[in-house]
Ligand binder design. Structure first.
Ligand code: ADP
Ligand code: MG
Length: 645
């Protein structure tokens, strides 16, 4: 007996609609994307009751002709692609021809649309995929969709909708993201008769950021503009001190499409490494523009996930773009007494450093000789490592990942003599800035193209210190407080990282056979030399097995299998500098131990030397992300004393 039958159209339409339309905000997203594809310069969204009963999307785009409107609601009907080759270079936001078909299957839809050179527009209505109206009428150029009673015929879905206010907030979130990715379009959002968002549509992204996130976020923005191997990254990131306790303020757009991209997220957060407190996350509005043929946007029905053909290049572009922005434009904290708020201020570089200018006259980065530091010998590292110091605990130990002394005890029984020192330098992009003091277009600019100019060094007058912790100094019309331990710790940390050329390998007494994931195995074999230079002794066996016979000596106290797994997994994720993160904790600890402590006695010469280093090296944060330098302007002091009113 036959059991299989073809489902009725009304049922499979509902099933298919469920994939695209999950809640009111999915409708708004699809409709707004259509308006953008229709080249609208102004889009208004109005909702009532969280979008459940009423959603209206009005645009001034190209409009739809009377004969096309019924077709637009048919599944897989689209004006955006024709052949299979078009799928490999999609430049519109929509292309699947599914949105309108899905929306009309689960709601009551009305359309008013007129093309510019038509005399009349069309009024069209469709309910649960059945046409109820199609007539010519007079209406403005562009298109208006009105969607009523979403899921009126799918009670199961309706039940799963959240409270109106939550659904409305989800819509607001989508509109914000779309507005951020299209500053050249003016957006208006009206919720229950109240305008909640209005953007100018003048192309000024900062204006949209201010409208969306408010003044505080806006004033902490640092611009990013970077191109690497054909991948362009532009937008803004937040200053490290403005970091958030979640990732809600991270916005990535690839070719103007809002996406969730682990690659971009990891690259962003890696760029903030050692600048931001543990458990905090940077915010960003970053657009990544790539050749459309290098991405696959067809991996998710709602097109929120995409696949890059070259994840590593995208990772590098975001990572270096953000690093570069943080290095060249990050500012120390200023206390403004007037409103007791922290506000942005010119960095020391603005005070004394002249810009580096390329042949084309473009400003590239700030010159500095501060990076000619050399690495302490492995012996020094080891001796520092072995010397028990009193670890200085940061004020809030819950926040910082302080190193625990027990971790530093070596379990030498597991190991034999140090062997296999590689003399080849480790080439890793992480260190580029330490050699050039800038990531600025590092891939494109040869050293000879850079015109460096002598610094006009600031005249630092060290006044003394307070609480045996904070150096007070004066430069021109400003007073600065420097946290002496934090500053020295950062300086030492950078020296440690900068000087690494290779790592000794500690041979294991007994090699360990390990089974990795296939991805991790491939990543290890692709990066075999790099892995050797870091001090890992690995023999590749039949995929995915390896024999581990050596680990980097500086972290030899850790579990070798765990180390190799972490290392190969992060390599597989395509992380820049992976491997070096393994050493970060150790370097933090060495840097901390070898630094001046708060409450220690230091003579004026030492304080002067440290203050000079802070300004020369533009040190702004300790390796845990705490601020190092705070500025108090003379103007603010005089205002406090009412000398200026
Ligand atoms: P897709 O966007 O994937 O092509 P949709 O179902 O979202 O599929 O839309 C079907 C078609 O309807 C689009 O290809 C487009 O031609 C037309 N369309 C939809 N919305 C608009 C709009 N606001 N302005 C002009 N044309 C539109
Ligand atoms: Mg569409």
């Amino acid at each position: 007996m036959s059991n299989i039958h073809i489902l009725d159209k009304s049922i499979y339409e509902l099933i298919a609609a469920g994939e695209v339309i999950e809640r009111p905000s999915s409708v708004i997203k699809e409709m707004m994307e259509n308006s953008i594809d229709a080249k609208a310069t102004s889009i208004t969204v109005e909702i009532k009751n969280g979008g459940r009963t009423y959603m209206r999307i009005t645009d001034n785009g190209c409009g739809i002709s009377k004969e096309d409107i019924p077709l637009a609601f048919v599944r897989h009907a689209t004006s955006k692609i024709t052949t299979k080759d078009d799928l490999t270079g999609i430049s519109t936001l929509g292309f699947r021809g599914e949105a309108l078909a899905s929306v009309c299957a689960v709601s009551k839809v009305e359309v008013l649309s007129k093309q510019k050179d038509s005399i009349f527009g069309t009024h069209y209505a469709i309910e649960g995929s059945n046409e109820t109206e199609c007539e010519s009428i007079g209406c403005p150029d562009g298109t208006t969709f009105i969607i009523r009673d979403l899921f009126y015929n799918v009670p199961a879905r309706l039940k799963f909708l959240k409270k109106d206010v939550s659904e409305g907030n989800a819509i607001a979130g989508i509109i914000q993201k779309i507005a951020l990715s299209h500053p050249q379009i003016s957006f208006r959002f009206i919720r229950d008769n109240k305008t909640e968002l209005l953007t100018a549509g003048d192309g000024n992204l900062l204006g949209v950021i201010r409208a969306v996130f408010g003044r505080e976020f806006y004033s902490s923005c640092i611009p990013v503009s970077y191109t690497y191997n054909g991948v362009e990254v532009t937008g803004y990131v937040t200053k490290p001190l403005m970091s958030k306790s979640n990732r809600a303020c991270q916005n990535f757009f690839v070719n103007s499409r809002y996406v969730k991209s682990v690659t971009c997220m990891v690259a962003l957060e890696e760029a903030y490494r050692n600048r931001i407190m543990t458990g905090k996350f940077p915010g960003c509005v970053l657009s990544v523009n790539v050749n459309p043929s290098t991405i696959d946007v067809n991996v998710h029905p709602a097109k929120i996930e995409i696949r890059f053909s070259d994840e590593k290049t995208v990772y590098d572009a975001v990572y270096f773009g953000v690093q570069n922005a943080l290095l060249s434009l990050d500012k120390p904290t200023e206390i403004a007494f007037e409103d007791k708020k922290v506000k942005p201020y010119l960095s020391a570089s603005d005070i004394y450093a002249k810009p580096i200018v390329s042949d084309s006259g473009e400003q590239l980065s700030l010159a500095s000789e501060t990076c000619s530091v050399s690495m302490p010998s492995p012996e020094i590292i080891k001796s520092l490592y072995m010397i028990p110091h009193d670890e200085e605990k940061p004020a809030n130990t819950n926040v910082f990942s302080g190193n625990n002394n027990e971790e530093h005890e070596r379990s030498d029984e597991k190991f034999t003599q140090t062997t296999n020192k590689s003399s080849e330098p480790v080439h890793n992009d992480r260190f580029k800035y330490l050699n050039n003091n800038s990531f600025a277009n590092n891939s494109q600019i040869k050293h000879s193209e850079i015109v460096t100019e002598e610094h006009n060094k600031p005249n630092i007058k060290v006044i003394g210190e307070v609480f045996k912790t904070y150096i007070i100094c004066e430069i021109d019309n400003d007073m600065y407080l420097i946290d002496k331990h934090a500053a020295h710790e950062r300086h030492n940390f950078e020296r440690l990282v900068a000087g690494i050329t290779s790592f000794d390998s500690q041979t294991l007494l007994e090699p360990i056979k390990m089974h990795l994931s296939y991805e991790a195995y491939d990543a290890l074999s692709d990066n075999y030399d790099f892995c050797k230079r870091l001090g890992f002794g690995v023999t590749l066996l039949d995929s995915p097995s390896i024999l581990l016979h050596g680990v980097p000596v500086v972290i030899a106290n850790e579990d070798p299998q765990d180390l190799l797994t972490r290392f190969s997994d992060s390599l597989a994720l395509g992380k820049v500098g992976s491997g070096y993160e393994l050493f970060d904790d150790l370097f933090h600890s060495i840097a901390c131990k070898s630094s001046i402590k708060a409450n220690s006695d230091n003579d004026k010469l030492e304080l002067e030397e440290l203050a000079k280093i802070v300004f020369d090296e533009e040190i702004r944060y300790c390796p845990h992300g705490r601020p190092v330098l705070i500025k108090i302007g003379k103007y603010d002091i005089e205002k406090m004393f009412k000398r200026i009113v």
